[in-house]
Design a protein. Structure first.
Length: 196
């Protein structure tokens, strides 16, 4: 009895299923934050990063000075190909919300001369504010697992979404629109019902 072809086919299907399972296990944690941003599910820790940066054009921006605006913080580097790929989409996002209470803030982790970052931004026509940061600023946001990483803060400065990868401008567009529509007044506690 010849069972060779059947065994090879079964082994092939098993290996194929194993490959797709491994891919799903690898991709799910990376994709889920993007899905949460699209559907409107916010981060559960409600962290408010405290930071102060000096942009490449000399302005000092702090978490407090940005209150009242939706802020998209993008952590990037000149040596990062996915960062380079997403920058035109980030510039379009900044331009499309120029008349709204929205700020896109780029934070470069480059350690080389600042002039290299300035030249990089100038050559690509990037006009949204950018700063070069140190690890203490990364810690304020809870750290990053890779580049680019984007953090979306609401008008109160509360971290609402964190996404990894160059698709952040597309993924975060619906979340930005939702946060821009939200009232910027602090959330009020609901009074308990009166007893009769």
């Amino acid at each position: 009895m010849n069972t060779g072809p059947i065994d090879r086919a079964r082994i092939g299907r098993w290996l194929g299923n194993l490959f797709w399972l491994a891919l799903l296990v690898w991709a799910a944690p990376r994709c889920w934050p993007h899905v949460e941003a699209v559907i409107g599910r916010s981060a559960s820790d409600a962290r408010q990063p405290v930071f102060t940066v000096q942009t490449r054009d000399g302005r000092v921006l702090t978490a407090d000075s940005l209150r009242g605006r939706v802020v998209l913080v993008n952590i990037w580097a000149t040596w990062c190909p996915p960062c380079r790929a997403e920058m035109p989409a980030l510039q379009q996002l900044a331009d499309s919300h120029a008349d709204e209470p929205f700020v896109l803030l780029g934070l470069s982790v480059d350690r080389g001369p600042a002039s290299s970052v300035d030249r990089f931004l100038r050559e690509r026509g990037i006009s949204y504010p950018n700063a070069i940061i140190t690890d203490d600023i990364l810690r304020a946001f809870g750290g990053v697992r890779g580049y680019p990483t984007s953090f979306l803060l609401d008008k109160r400065g509360v971290l609402r979404h964190t996404v990894l990868g160059p698709v952040a401008p597309l993924t975060l567009r619906p979340a930005i629109a939702r946060l821009l529509r939200e009232d910027d007044a602090p959330t009020r506690a609901v009074a308990p019902p009166r007893s009769r």
